[in-house]
Design a protein around this ligand. Structure first.
Ligand code: ZN
Length: 294
């Protein structure tokens, strides 16, 4: 499942092809993805100019001149390719698993006035697209209840402490809760906890004092979340231009993972000497160093 850095990388990659360009023609080659397309899906897209391409949690949001917003979610296996004037292709973003380029899974195509075609490919079809009037976004069930953006101004140690104050769950589960912070998934939660030297099993409530003030742990964790996301976005951003030249092989953020998928390897923390372990927590693999994560 793509996480926030991957979606942000895709957004930055799509921007040049979509922002300021008109959707001359739109194709939906099936009647559904994860959900059926709205009946007026194509009609509400064709002829509209994309005035901005934003992101909220793991949703891409294209603002249209009509006042509508096109919401796009990559699901498990979704990806976008940009075809420049029908020529060279570039699959956007780096993913832990390679993306499909099988034409049979090209489900949506936007033909842009920039000359580029934007192709959405999704073999497993857990992705989805929905058009929503901008003034109805606040009531949109898909977006309702989403917590703060981890890289936004409102997300800080105080906010995290207040959200975790009375939580009876583990720290890992709390960070995966999209109401606490939006857009983090299994990989970056493992990475952030590792960098903050905090155990994934620790009680979430230990991030707050009795008065719901942030502890040192909360401050350290927010710093680690910022660092790991910013580094991943930076790595992804640089990969887009590299990828144009290397045509084909998709890189991964994996090279920047310090603990995820490194079971049995030596801990990278200086002078730790521990070994990375894996266990299943809430149905997901947690990777951690029991020696330096307390
Ligand atoms: Zn360690």
């Amino acid at each position: 499942m793509p996480e926030l850095p991957e979606v942000e990388t895709v957004r930055r990659g799509l921007q040049p092809a979509m922002e300021g360009a008109k959707i001359v023609k739109a194709e939906a080659r099936r009647k559904d993805l994860r959900f059926p397309f709205q009946k007026d899906f194509i009609a509400r897209l064709e002829g509209q100019t994309v005035t901005g391409l934003g992101r909220r949690a793991k949703y891409l949001m294209a603002d249209l001149t009509s006042g509508d917003v096109l919401l796009m979610h990559l699901g498990m296996s979704g990806s976008f390719r940009v075809l420049e004037n029908g020529g060279s292709k570039n699959t956007l973003g780096q993913f832990h698993l390679p993306r499909s380029e099988d034409r049979a899974h090209d489900h949506v195509v936007f033909h842009m006035s920039s000359g580029a075609s934007v192709v959405f490919n999704d073999p497993r079809r857990f992705g989805y697209m929905k058009i929503i009037a901008r003034n109805a976004l606040e009531d949109e069930p898909l977006l309702k209840g989403l917590g703060p953006e981890p890289l936004g101004n409102e997300f800080d140690a105080l906010m995290l402490a207040q959200s975790c104050h009375n939580k009876k769950t583990s720290l890992k589960a709390a960070l995966l809760d999209q109401r606490v912070v939006a857009g983090l998934g299994n990989i970056y939660v493992c990475e952030a906890l590792y960098r903050a030297h905090l155990s994934p099993r620790r009680l979430a409530a230990t991030l707050a004092t009795k008065k719901a003030e942030p502890t040192e742990h909360a401050k350290r964790l927010v710093g680690s979340i910022h660092d790991v996301l910013n580094q991943a976005i930076k790595a992804g951003g640089s990969s887009i231009s590299d990828h144009r030249q290397t045509s084909g092989e998709l890189g991964y953020f994996q090279h920047s993972f310090q603990v995820y998928d490194r079971e049995g390897e030596k801990c990278q923390t200086a002078r730790c000497g521990g070994i990375v372990r894996r266990f299943v927590q809430n149905g997901r693999s947690t990777f951690w160093c029991p020696k330096c994560q307390k």
